[in-house]
Write a protein that binds this ligand. Structure first.
Ligand code: SF4
Ligand code: SF4
Length: 86
């Protein structure tokens, strides 16, 4: 499947541990990436400074669902399931 135009769920819900331009420590879960434009497109798509995590995240029916809300829910659950135990 292709990435849904204007979704941006996977640029908001997951935490990213590697540096992002403008977010040198990466980003916490649930926080919008600073590189996500108002149109919910990545401003640094295809550029070397885009974290490898982003390139590795491929759209799938399981993750993306049929709406941004569904994708956010799925990614939130994944985040909780993979968060390190304190
Ligand atoms: S959740 Fe899926 S559809 Fe939404 S931005 Fe990410 S890859 Fe694209
Ligand atoms: S760098 Fe781009 S693809 Fe990665 S989370 Fe930010 S906006 Fe999304």
């Amino acid at each position: 499947m292709n990435c849904r135009d204007g979704c941006g769920a996977c640029c908001t819900a997951p935490s990213i541990c590697s540096p992002i331009p403008g977010m040198p420590d990466g980003k916490p879960a649930g926080v919008r990436c600073v590189q996500l434009g108002d149109d919910n497109r990545c401003r640094i798509f295809g550029k070397p400074e885009r974290p490898p995590f982003c390139g590795g995240l491929q759209p799938s029916e399981e993750m993306c669902g049929t709406s941004r809300e569904q994708a956010i829910r799925w990614l939130d659950e994944l985040e909780r399931a993979t968060a390190p135990a304190n």
